[in-house]
Ligand binder design. Structure first.
Ligand code: FAD
Length: 403
């Protein structure tokens, strides 16, 4: 009898951290410890592994079951319900779609903040929707969520799954095709996910002990990257141009796989809808002040989802929205070569808050002369990235069929 082979999951440079392998394992022998860079990696307990290879079949990096959409059409969308919009990062598109989905008896899956962490959960009631609203800029823990979705689909429930591109590709690998009719998916335009260590270091930089995060994008005091944390004494700490966001936006600690994201598949996707921020163009200036979504419809199911809401939908073109939103399809891969990223595990562990702020949390300027060389490295990478992204955008726009 031939000897069974051990499963081989992607290594730390390519694993996307979607955690579908863990849910797929019938022996629950895959855990997800944090690696040296603050991103979790699957670890198989080979003593319990029965070499069934279910983990490999679920992995969207190794293969993808769901084909890409044929034609994808971008829209600018927003809700006129100010309450919903205020709780959402951009135009409230996700919440409006989720509301009509819940009203029809479906279940909705998305990410919620739990203390200082973020986890995917399943909701069935509209009252629970606010916890899923708004972006949480850290990779969400999806352990057990794929199994929960499958259980719902098995009993005939409709499921709306929302998450990053890797998580959406993973759910299609995980769910047998016979249930796909009732599975609806929304993925996000995703810049990548920063290290949990960045978040923890940032939280530790405050005088007061932080016990919770209220919002990563709190529109109650600012439109944009505005964070509100909860201190131990119950007070709210509001902060925008901070270490965490600078490190995130400068790509210094993203998951390795994000620099080479396999789920930024040109204009097409395997989801029904993609949502992100609508940054581009001269149009909709007033709406952008309150938050505006870029909503890309990929399938008829996606179109049907949108048509059931009372959301405002306006036509746009790729020429208008893409140049200002390179993250839709461009993974900023040049930053893989950034020395700051290579030494990140060492830097985040050993540097003082003040120095770390300059080295990782720099936003391209410094008042201290001794940090100028470091900032220069940053500036060179940012400019080179900008140049490459522009080239990639022109290339992709050139292929778009003209109306
Ligand atoms: C890590 C991350 C990076 C992003 N990067 C970009 C970007 O570069 N450019 C851009 O245009 N948009 C980006 N977005 C998306 C953007 O911030 C908004 O989420 C999007 O515009 C939807 O806005 P909304 O108002 O419709 O819904 P919102 O209510 O703001 O969004 C809620 C939806 O986001 C999901 N979600 C929130 N946090 C997470 C998470 N950590 N993991 C998985 N799903 C999550 C929820 O499940 C829900 O489906 C990013 C989002 C995340 C989470």
């Amino acid at each position: 009898m031939s000897k069974k082979q051990n499963p081989k999951l992607p290594g730390s440079y390519s694993c996307a951290g979607c955690m579908a392998c863990g849910d797929a394992c019938p022996k629950q022998c895959i855990s997800f410890p944090l690696g040296a860079d603050g991103h979790w990696q699957p670890k198989i307990d080979m003593n319990r592994c029965i070499q069934c290879h279910s983990c490999e079949r679920a992995c969207p990096v190794l293969h993808r079951k769901k084909e890409l959409s044929v034609q994808s059409v971008p829209y600018a969308t927003w809700t006129n319900n100010d309450g919903i919009r205020r709780l959402s990062s951009s135009g409230g598109t996700f919440a409006q779609i989720a509301t009509s989905f819940l009203l029809e008896g479906g279940v909705v899956i998305g990410a919620r903040i739990e203390g200082l962490d973020v986890r995917h959960i399943l909701i069935q009631e509209i009252e629970d929707l606010p916890v899923l609203q708004s972006s949480k800029y850290i990779q969400s823990d999806t352990q057990s969520i794929y199994n929960q979705a499958k259980e719902c689909l098995k009993v005939g429930k409709k499921v709306l799954f929302s998450g990053t591109g890797c998580q959406v590709a993973a759910i299609y690998n995980f769910i047998p095709e016979k249930y796909w009719n009732n599975l609806f998916t929304i993925d996000l335009i995703c810049h990548g996910v920063p290290s949990r260590y960045d978040l923890w270091r940032y939280l530790g930089m405050h005088d007061k002990r932080i016990v919770g995060i209220k919002s990563f994008r709190d529109k109650s005091w600012k439109i944009g990257y505005a964070m509100t944390c909860i201190a131990e004494d119950g007070s709210m700490i509001r902060d925008d141009n901070n270490y965490f966001y600078n490190a995130f936006n400068n790509n210094k600690s993203l998951r390795w796989s994000c620099y080479n994201c396999k789920f930024k598949t040109g204009l097409q996707r395997c989801s029904d809808i993609t949502i992100g921020d609508f940054w581009g163009g001269e149009k909709f200036q007033e709406e952008r002040k309150k938050g505006l979504s870029l909503c890309v419809i990929h399938t008829n199911k996606g179109r049907a989802l949108l048509s059931k809401t009372n959301i405002v939908v306006r036509e746009t073109s790729w020429e208008e929205c893409l140049p200002k939103n390179k993250d839709y399809f461009y993974p900023n891969n040049i930053f893989r070569y950034n020395p700051f990223r290579w030494f990140y595990p060492y830097l985040v562990r050993h540097l003082s808050d003040q120095v770390l702020n300059h080295v990782i949390g720099s936003n391209g300027n410094t008042e201290s002369k001794k940090y100028i060389p470091l900032v220069l490295i940053d500036v060179i990478f940012q400019h080179f990235n900008y140049f490459l992204a522009k080239k990639a955008i022109n290339k992709i726009l050139w292929k778009v069929p003209q109306k």
